[in-house]
Design a protein around this ligand. Structure first.
Ligand code: SF4
Length: 368
């Protein structure tokens, strides 16, 4: 068996615009823009790049009225459903909803009055807007914090259940999903596990404030892997202090390596050693950048030498191996071409195109 057997937890199906989350839907990949939302052009440009990389839902921060106003143009041109992140700016929710967002992210504990929350929920019902109840360890309500003494996973779950019940039962609105996030990856895991034992609302999972590309990827991978292996998680966001497009690639890498979803090629590469006579790191970067634009179920190899490369990567559909001023292209372990170094990447991608023409079923389309 190539991948672990994962039985996904049964959750209710909710919708952010046309994108179904939970139920039988694939695990959705989402991100958040880091542009100034008031700068419509820059925000839309980033959303386009995110969509191109495979993002399915995008969240934007709504810190003030101008940002809420800008949503009108953003939502009418965005290729992805937009979620307004309201956090403490709960009074801007009305404008955001009327300006076309398909989801809002709120922390109900930040509402000063219950009737404000009720009004917003009613508006979500009128406009078919999904609500994410976003519980963060850093902003738990005083009452719960006082009871537990610290923002423990149990405290986060109590808060999440309280708000979920209020909105789903008392306000009778069920188009909701929930997140329980901490910058401590283990607390995130425990909170999500405990919540999923008590509720079947879909879970948005990820570690918050996880750090830059390397530490953030590690923390998110640890948390998401543990949760996804248990079938927990309906939509993921890998939060990184990096270009948000990287969040999408990391998310798909995690899902691919767990056998849950594929979008981009799988690339294996060797660490190089004294046998390598080519600038393999440069070669790898070029191959990776071009491969990221492909949506295909194909495995590629970038290897440092022809002595070991094709044999060690014979499971790859196509690969390249470095030589001295030359490189070799191999298909399932067999060398098929010798190419001058400067033409290696170009020739490699011609072979990839030919391979995908031979096996068109390997071309992936995103499910909606
Ligand atoms: S493929 Fe060749 S260059 Fe790469 S690590 Fe193995 S022996 Fe070294």
């Amino acid at each position: 068996m190539m991948y672990p057997e994962i039985k996904r937890r049964k959750t209710r199906e909710v919708f952010v615009g046309e994108v179904g989350i939970g139920g039988e839907n694939p695990i959705r990949v989402q991100s958040m823009t880091n542009t100034d939302t008031r700068d419509v052009k820059a925000t839309l440009a980033q959303i386009e790049r995110l969509a191109e990389a495979g993002c399915e839902i995008v969240r934007v921060a709504v810190p003030d009225e101008k940002a809420a106003d800008a949503l009108k143009e953003i939502t009418s041109h965005s290729p992805l459903p937009v979620i307004a992140d309201l956090h403490f700016a709960t009074l801007l929710g009305e404008t955001a909803i009327k300006n076309g967002v398909k989801g809002i992210r709120i922390n109900p504990g930040t509402f000063k009055k219950k009737e404000h929350l009720k009004r917003l929920v009613d508006l979500c019902r009128d406009y078919g807007v999904c609500i994410r109840i976003g519980i963060n360890a850093g902003s738990l309500e005083k009452e719960v914090l006082g009871k537990y003494g610290w923002p423990s996973p149990e405290a986060m779950v109590e808060s999440a259940l309280k708000w979920t019940r209020l909105i789903a039962e008392e306000f009778d609105y069920q188009n909701i999903k929930v997140s329980l996030k901490s910058s401590n990856w283990w607390h995130t895991v425990r909170a999500c596990e405990l919540f999923s034992e008590k509720s079947d609302f879909p879970l948005h999972i990820g570690v918050t404030e996880a750090g830059g590309l390397i530490p953030g990827t590690i923390k998110n991978t640890m948390a998401l892997t543990l949760l996804l292996l248990k079938g927990i998680g309906d939509t993921i966001r890998v939060s990184l202090t990096a270009d948000p497009v990287e969040e999408i690639y990391v998310a798909y890498e995690i899902l691919k390596d767990l056998g849950l979803r594929r979008l981009h090629p799988d690339i294996v590469s060797c660490p190089t050693c004294g046998r390598c006579e080519i600038d393999l790191m440069k070669l790898y970067r070029e191959v990776e950048a071009r491969a990221r634009k492909l949506k295909a179920d194909i495995s590629l190899a970038v290897m440092g030498c022809v002595v070991n490369g094709p044999g060690e990567a014979k499971h790859a559909d196509l690969g390249i191996a470095g030589g001295k001023r030359f490189g070799f292209i191999f298909k399932r372990g067999k060398v098929i071409k010798k190419v001058p170094e400067e033409k290696l990447v170009e020739e490699f991608f011609k072979e990839i195109d030919a391979f995908l023409k031979e096996y068109p079923e390997r071309i992936l389309r995103r499910e909606t």
